[in-house]
Write a new protein. Structure first.
Length: 427
């Protein structure tokens, strides 16, 4: 059983480069299904979620050549199956991103129902309602969703009840092959959606308005393979910004490989906590914060404060001089991180989707369990600034979305290591 062991109190220095965005790479990989032939993706993060998406595509008949650690050549010419099996969807809910492309290419998809996950129920009703409007008929049987557009996809106007990232992406990937025009109103505006639209347009799609609440898509008869670079990971960047703010030496650290505009709201809110970020070429320079001011943050769809930065922000507020409030509007069950941080000495009370955080002077190292991807990373950061040693278990969550997280922290001067410990259940 591997854990991450962190010795607190070591100052960070130097520079760290973030990988390509997980949330973009997964959808771009799914989108290669729309363009029979070999698409090259560069700047692909080497993380376990990408490996799962690779298995989903191979299961359907695609071949994937790993050109180098971050470059994949994905050939979808031989794809002859339109099924995402339970074994893989259960490992990664984002496998449902193949539904839109499969409908776009074959007019059919069979997808295991994702069920709940550790961030709550995470329904896909908006994906289904939107695709139904495009002419897809849905059935469910034995835990699978059967989607069929026997009479072809027909462009239409879809208004999303909530700016869902996944629903927007699935709709775009189906609508690019529909007959006529589709308009998605109240579309999600995340940079990863802009990245997806950008690659699809290179493939020959006609998408306008990605990055705004209204996306217009004119269906085309075919798409062709291209080469595309995955956008830098703004959430990984934000995670290292927090590491720097809490533990950098006097010179601060540099975080590069991403577009700081994608982290604009985070940088603004962090500035109001006293964290100084300065733009540099390809990233930002963050200085250590001396006096953390409390904050009132609520998570919202982009360009609001991202839910994927909520645990990291909670860690900073746990060390603030005063009382903070964090409101989680996107996911239920996203405060599990808080109870682990309390084990390290934080003072946090949860009421519904609000967390009331009373800042403490310091945290103390403890054994904690990674509750999910971002919460796990935030616990490692908590260990960096805690007194003594912190041991984070269930680190497979972190490997889902952070490439070489421990190695990058070590390169910055942190005392962090993977350690294999006996599993107490099997001794
Ligand atoms: C994506 C990201 C995730 C991020 C989230 C919000 C990926 C792989 N994951 O997740 O990291 O935290 O966006 O920025 O890109 N909902 C419904 N019905 C639906 C669809 C969504 O009720 O049909 C609800 C979900 O349960 C959730 C909320 O809407 O509570 C947001 O979901 P959504 O924006 O779709 O997030 P994901 O695409 O799942």
């Amino acid at each position: 059983m591997d854990i991450i062991r962190v010795k607190g109190g070591h100052r960070l220095h130097g520079s760290v480069q973030v990988a390509g965005a997980k949330n973009s790479a997964l959808k771009l990989m799914a989108a290669t299904l729309l363009a029979p032939g070999a698409t090259t993706l560069t700047n692909v993060p080497n993380i376990s979620d990408v490996h799962v998406m690779g298995k989903v595509l191979k299961y359907m008949g695609a071949s994937i050549d790993v050109i180098d650690e971050h470059t994949l050549l994905i050939d979808t010419s031989a794809v002859s199956m339109w099924e995402a099996p339970y074994e893989l969807v259960a490992q990664m809910r984002a496998s449902t991103a193949v539904m839109g492309p499969l409908l776009g290419r074959f007019g059919k998809a069979k997808i295991a129902m994702p069920g709940g996950c550790n961030l709550g129920a995470r329904k896909i009703d908006m994906h289904i309602l939107g695709l139904e409007a495009l002419g897809v008929h849905f059935d469910t049987d034995h835990g699978y969703i059967y989607a069929d557009a026997a009479e072809g996809l027909v462009g239409t106007d879809v208004s999303l009840e909530f700016a869902s990232v996944g629903a927007t992406e699935n709709l775009i990937m189906a609508a690019v092959r529909a007959q006529g025009c589709t308009t998605i109103d109240n579309a999600a505006r995340e940079p990863e959606i802009v990245d997806l639209a950008c690659m699809l347009n290179k493939m020959g799609a006609k998408i306008e308005g990605a990055g705004t609440p209204v996306i217009k898509i004119e269906g085309v008869a075919e798409l062709h393979p291209v080469e595309h670079q995955v956008v830098g990971d703004r959430i990984e960047a934000g995670t290292f910004v927090v590491a720097g703010a809490l533990m950098a030496g006097a010179e601060g650290i540099e975080v590069t490989g991403f577009n700081p505009l994608h982290l604009d709201m985070v940088i603004k809110r962090f500035a109001s906590m006293g964290i100084e970020c300065e733009r540099i070429a390809g990233g930002i320079h963050v200085r250590p914060v001396e006096h953390i001011k409390p904050i009132d943050i609520q998570t919202l769809p982009f360009p609001g404060f991202p839910t994927d930065m909520q645990p990291q922000a909670m860690l900073v507020s746990a060390l603030a001089d005063g009382n903070s409030i964090i409101t989680e509007n996107i996911f239920e069950n996203r405060f599990m991180f808080a109870s682990e941080l309390v084990r390290m000495g934080a003072d946090i009370h949860i009421e519904g989707h609000h967390a009331m955080i009373h800042g403490v002077r310091s945290l103390s190292g403890a054994q904690v369990v990674s509750p999910d991807l971002r919460g796990g990373a935030a616990l490692v950061l908590a260990g960096l600034c805690a007194e003594g040693t912190t041991e984070v278990s269930a680190i497979h969550h972190i490997a889902r979305g952070y490439e070489r997280f421990v190695e990058k922290l070590v390169a910055l001067g942190a005392q962090v290591a993977y350690v294999t410990v006996p599993d107490p259940n099997f001794d």
